[in-house]
Design a protein around this ligand. Structure first.
Ligand SMILES: C[S@@+](CC[C@H](N)C(=O)[O-])C[C@H]1O[C@@H](n2cnc3c(N)ncnc32)[C@H](O)[C@@H]1O
Length: 370
């Protein structure tokens, strides 16, 4: 199997000078936030400043991955969940907790490895997605972040950052975390495991199992193992906790389900009185189909970026990708609106009717054309 690089090591690819993002911050001694704080353009776009290029030089605060500015933590035995990680200092909301380190491998490699791990009887899963093409595997090589357990109501989250031109994943506090609290984040991404693991996070709104999102190679079945409460061995989950259906790739190539309820325009058109009205509705239906197929082709093009968005939030979607998606979505919505409004308009207020049809039958005020 081909093995990728290890994030624990410092640098692998030399970043091209042209690709270095340089912010416009100016260090002011009386304003600590001036040196690459929350207002820094790089911070806002989840990019770490590059040493020697940052205008704030040694004062730059936006090199947390590079300088390993981790929160203080310690391992503890988490009941029923193996090892876990505790905060040994107060951590403020938004603070960087630590990087998720491990081997960077392709998604194909991750699938292969996960099958090998399952066959070797390894129960704990340490593979998380890095971007649309790669994963981080901390099974054999990693840092303390590999011990952070899942919670359905987590106090931390994962976020993708660009560090010296490479994607890296960090754990960040979602809220203020006081000393002695267990650190958790949601494993709500592709679940690289052979079995669904019963969640013991104890949250009131616990989803029941680890790994919320369906993953290409994962079977839609539970591996019921005896005498192991962590692996769905005990009482069976209620149907609401049952396996989620995997999203199938639809005919349009998108892995997203398209809207369920659709008007059957051809069927509706036959009830319209005038030929003009029928033609208008059918023309709008054609435009709606075109817009839908355009949206599907845009989706195919930008699928990797959309997947990144799902994993790490809107901050990671490039502007041109977002614009393409919004443009195609708006076109589809507009076409749908035109279709629906033409149907309603032509049903309620037909443009013209033949004189015979238009004549209300005597003594029947309900049939009067308004
Ligand atoms: C990244 S490891 C976390 C560290 C792990 N507890 C250990 O001892 O090495 C992920 C594994 O921990 C266990 N785990 C994490 N969160 C859990 C939870 N909420 N309920 C049950 N098991 C959990 C599962 O076995 C999962 O595959």
């Amino acid at each position: 199997m081909q093995c990728g690089m290890l994030l624990l090591c410092s640098r692998h690819i030399k970043q091209k000078e042209n690709d270095i993002a340089i912010c416009e911050c100016k260090y002011k001694a009386n304003d600590p936030d001036s040196a690459c704080g929350e207002r820094c353009w790089n911070v806002l776009t989840s990019i770490e400043c590059t040493p020697r290029y940052c205008p704030c030089s040694i004062h730059c605060k936006n090199q947390r991955f590079q300088k390993r500015e981790y929160a203080k933590t310690k391992l503890f035995r988490a009941e029923g969940r193996g090892w876990g990680l505790l905060a040994t200092e107060n951590i403020k909301a938004g603070e960087f907790v630590m990087e998720y380190c491990g081997e960077v491998i392709s998604r194909t490699e991750a699938r292969g490895r996960s099958q090998v791990y399952v066959s070797q009887g390894l129960k704990d899963v340490y593979i998380i997605p890095l971007n649309a093409r790669e994963c981080i595997d901390a099974t054999k090589k990693g840092n303390l972040a590999r011990f952070i357990n899942h919670s359905c109501q987590p106090n931390c989250e994962t976020m993708k950052w660009s560090v010296l031109g490479e994607d890296r994943v960090g754990i960040f506090a979602l809220r203020n975390i006081s000393v002695g609290t267990e650190l958790t984040y949601s494993y709500n991404f592709e679940w690289y495991s052979g079995a669904k693991v019963r969640c013991l996070c104890g949250a009131t709104r616990c989803s029941g199992f680890l790994g919320g999102k369906p993953c290409g190679f994962q079977e839609d079945s539970f591996a019921w193992e005896k005498n192991n409460e962590r692996y769905s061995g005990g009482d069976k989950p209620s149907s609401s906790l049952g396996p989620k259906k995997r999203l199938k790739h639809d005919h349009n190539g998108g892995s997203r389900p398209l809207p369920g309820k659709q008007v059957d325009a051809k069927y509706v058109a036959q009830f319209l009185a005038s030929k003009d009205a029928q033609e208008e509705v059918l023309k709008n239906e054609e435009e709606r189909k075109e817009a839908l197929s355009h949206l599907a082709s845009v989706y195919r093009e930008i699928e990797p970026a959309i997947e990144d968005h799902d994993m790490y939030g809107p901050a990671n979607v490039l502007t041109d990708v977002a614009e393409q998606w919004i443009g195609a979505s708006c076109r589809k919505l507009k076409a749908e609106f035109n279709l629906h409004s033409s149907i309603i308009r032509n049903l309620i207020c037909p443009p013209q009717r033949a004189p015979e049809d238009a004549k209300p039958s005597a003594g029947d005020p309900d049939h009067e054309i308004k």
